[in-house]
Write a protein that binds this ligand. Structure first.
Ligand code: SF4
Length: 325
């Protein structure tokens, strides 16, 4: 790890002033410190934001509000989150390990860097770590990599579980920077890799995520997050889905569906949602709706199984949530 200077400001304004081009904000530190030890990241200044007033979980007519510094475990355990938005709690509880969830912040998790092994290995080419150097994953080990939203420059998946649930719920992200505050849709916040995979999101220089708002959705009480992975603990998704269903009688009135583990960003499945609406809650409906889930997928030699696995993950979640009429 390289030498850096360290500051712990007490206000958002002071944090923005302290930040510069080669600084990094520190919240839980569960990704940043790892990457600094590996020298994948080498900020010359670390700005500890843990004293900033960016905590709190609240529910009102505007929805669910979560401060960016709330720890993942606290949000997962919050009774209002558990009952009103089960898919958020479940996605959090299926992330990382209890120790990491106790440290990691919600804002930090949205900015989680990819778990592509080549990104963390300084001896291999990686366009995300070193633009223009190449992508070792294209010809290397790519079983965990993305099949949607990829480019010739990068095929890394976005690693966050809770971001998948939050995208399905049309979450808004609140940002603050030197030019003032703004709010953006989380779904629009993430960028596709294109030919500049090192630019992962819409954050402008020194901007901070200060909080999230999940709009009200009364029928999100019927929602779930299903994650398929190589082992049942402390592992990233091969595929995952966040699903909410509004069912009246035996007919589906509305649906929200997003997927993880398959895209270079959390992937909203609009075609699946449209195929579910107005249909009876039956296995035949679920299978037909899941059919286009991976349309446009570009598989790699080691992950050709992912489109089919995504469809099966989706049917499992829909069956668990909607049953069969
Ligand atoms: Fe780097 Fe992306 Fe290629 Fe992984 S997939 S080696 S992160 S460029």
């Amino acid at each position: 790890m390289r030498l850096y200077d360290f500051t712990r400001p007490g206000s958002v304004r002071a944090a923005l002033t302290a930040a510069h081009e080669n600084s990094a904000y520190l919240a839980g530190g569960t990704t940043l410190v790892d990457l600094m030890k590996l020298e994948v990241l080498a900020p010359s200044r670390v700005v500890d934001i843990n004293r900033l007033p960016m905590r709190g979980i609240g529910v009102d007519a505007g929805g669910l509000h979560i401060g960016a510094l709330e720890r993942m475990s606290d949000v997962a355990l919050d009774e209002r989150v558990r009952t009103r938005y089960p898919m958020i709690s479940q996605a959090l509880e299926l992330s990382a390990s209890p120790q990491l969830r106790n440290m990691a912040s919600m804002g930090g998790n949205l900015l989680h860097r990819t778990r592509c092994g080549y990104f963390r290995d300084l001896t291999t080419p990686c366009n995300k770590r070193e633009p223009g150097s190449g992508c070792a994953a294209l010809t290397g080990h790519n079983r965990m990599h993305a099949v949607l939203g990829t480019s010739e420059s990068c095929v890394a998946t976005h690693p966050s579980d809770v971001a998948v649930a939050l995208v399905a719920l049309d979450t808004q992200v609140h940002l603050e920077g030197r030019q003032g505050a703004r709010t953006v849709a989380l779904a629009e916040f993430y960028r596709l890799p294109g030919d500049s995979p090192q630019v992962e999101n819409d954050l402008r220089d020194s901007e901070l995520i200060t909080g999230l708002t999940v709009p009200p959705l009364p029928w999100a009480t019927r929602s779930t997050y299903v994650k398929i992975r190589d082992r049942q603990s402390y592992e990233f998704a091969l595929t995952s889905v966040a699903v909410a269903l509004d069912i009246s009688g035996s007919r589906i009135r509305s649906a929200r569906v997003a997927a993880g583990g398959i895209g270079t960003r959390p992937w909203r499945l609009g075609a699946v949602e449209r195929a579910l609406v107005g249909q009876p809650a039956t296995l035949a409906t679920y299978e037909a709706a899941a059919a286009p889930a991976a349309d446009g997928a570009r598989t790699l030699p080691h992950n050709v199984f992912k489109p089919a696995l995504l469809r099966r993950t989706l049917v499992r979640a829909l069956l668990a949530l909607g049953g069969q009429s």
